[in-house]
Design a protein around this ligand. Structure first.
Ligand SMILES: Nc1nc2c(ncn2[C@@H]2O[C@H](COP(=O)(O)OP(=O)(O)OP(=O)(O)O)[C@@H](O)[C@H]2O)c(=O)[nH]1
Ligand SMILES: [Mg+2]
Length: 385
């Protein structure tokens, strides 16, 4: 039976414990359902817990508890009071602080190792560190051995604050990491979502209002949508201000037909009594529109079913295209066929019409990127765009 101290001195919230520091649960401060949930997943007083790592967004955190890895949100971990560096063998009453107890169980020897181990706390600390190292390596080893390679790459694009990262976290859980995009200082998170036996690489792009990028973050998002060859682009849109969000949707529909619109914040739209004709919107845009509530993880299974169907080619999309002023359309019809023949036979997936429109726009950043890729493609006989 594990004996716990009677006083709460030294008890701190689990959320404040750094990764890899072992601690033992002292008590739960949550009530009713929240408390029952913590108890059900093994967070009971006396049990040893080791935070393994935080998600790149800082929340949730993975904990190793009772032989399993469990993710807790910060507000849940706030309600678990723990004590750091507890007795390693509480059942025996041995405490790392007790020099006498430690010595009683160690052979006496004059070798440096034995004198090191014989010193107060050292043996317990050493074992604790070894345990923690093995436990921390487990998820990595398991991932290397068991995860199928991602079949499809899915970009989460959208205006700022539309819930891309909330959807990303709900889809990938703790299977995620962040990294700098090649040549950029912008941090982009990517993760793996396993859905119906298929592995998807999900990219959480920075928010952008338009493909005519005006910041480094927007450039990263634009370059990935245009040149990153995602198999499907999910445009996460705010259901409470759809009109503003549709500008980016229409721009992306010009670049790729493999698009699914995630109509997020549907709970907020409902609260504000905004009703949306989802079927009508989908018909007008020519791509599937799926309602979601990213914060609660609602609608994700159907969203991923649809993403998979679009990627597999089981859903054929017919993206609506904007018609521009006559002078622009005339210019496009002049240079369009020339571009068409230049990219024929290459791996270029970009529509000639879109390339023509961008060249006419003359947006310096985008034109430079586009021309670089076109030049490489033509000189190599293949296209990287
Ligand atoms: N009510 C509600 N809130 C949501 C939903 N999805 C996300 N949020 C909240 O909206 C805010 C912004 O969410 P994020 O996921 O950070 O948005 P984002 O699109 O990644 O933002 P950027 O990366 O800055 O472009 C957060 O407070 C979320 O908790 C949803 O479906 N409903
Ligand atoms: Mg985000």
């Amino acid at each position: 039976m594990i004996s716990l101290d009677d006083d709460a001195v030294g008890a701190i919230p689990l959320s404040s414990v750094s990764p890899h520091v072992a601690c033992r649960i002292y008590r739960l401060t949550s009530k009713e359902q929240a408390r029952r949930r913590l108890l059900h997943i093994g967070f009971t007083p006396g049990v040893k817990v080791i935070p393994i790592r935080r998600s790149p967004t800082g929340d949730p955190t993975a904990y190793f508890v009772r032989g399993a890895v469990v993710a807790l949100r910060r507000e849940q971990a706030d309600e678990v009071m723990v004590k750091i560096n507890p007795p390693l063998f509480p059942d025996t009453g041995l405490s790392p602080e007790s020099e006498d107890n430690t010595k009683r169980h160690l052979p006496t020897d004059n070798s440096p190792l034995f004198s090191y181990l014989n010193a107060p706390n050292h043996l317990n600390r050493l074992i604790n560190h070894l345990q923690t190292a093995v436990i921390c390596a487990l998820p990595i080893i398991m991932r290397l051995e068991s995860k199928p390679l991602p079949k499809y790459t899915v970009a989460l694009a959208g205006n700022p604050n539309t819930g891309k990262s909330a959807l990303f976290n709900a889809l990938t859980g703790l299977n995620q990491h962040t990294g700098n995009w090649p040549g950029k200082t912008v941090v982009v998170a990517e993760g793996i979502c396993l859905h119906q036996g298929t592995s998807f690489r999900i990219i959480d792009l920075p928010g952008t209002y338009s493909l005519l990028a005006s910041s480094k973050e927007e450039e990263v998002a634009r370059d990935f949508i245009c040149f990153g060859k995602p198999d499907v682009t999910v445009v996460v849109s705010d259901a409470t201000c759809l009109e503003r969000n549709l500008n980016l949707v229409l721009e992306i529909l010009e670049v790729t037909s493999k698009v699914v619109v995630a109509l997020n914040l549907m709970d907020e739209a409902h609260r504000k009594k905004i009703s949306i004709d989802i079927q009508g919107l989908s018909s007008s845009l020519g791509v599937p529109v799926m309602p979601t509530v990213g914060r609660l993880g609602l609608g994700l299974a159907k969203l991923m079913d649809t993403v998979q169907a679009v990627a597999d080619g089981h859903i054929m999309t017919h993206p609506s295209q904007l018609t521009y002023d006559r002078s622009i359309e005339e210019a496009v019809s002049l240079i369009g066929p020339w571009i068409e023949s230049a990219i024929r036979g290459t791996s270029c997936r970009l529509p000639a019409r879109w390339i023509a429109l961008r060249l006419l726009d003359g947006d310096p950043g985008l034109t430079r990127g586009l021309l670089n890729r076109l030049t490489q493609a033509v000189s190599k006989g293949g296209m990287s765009a």
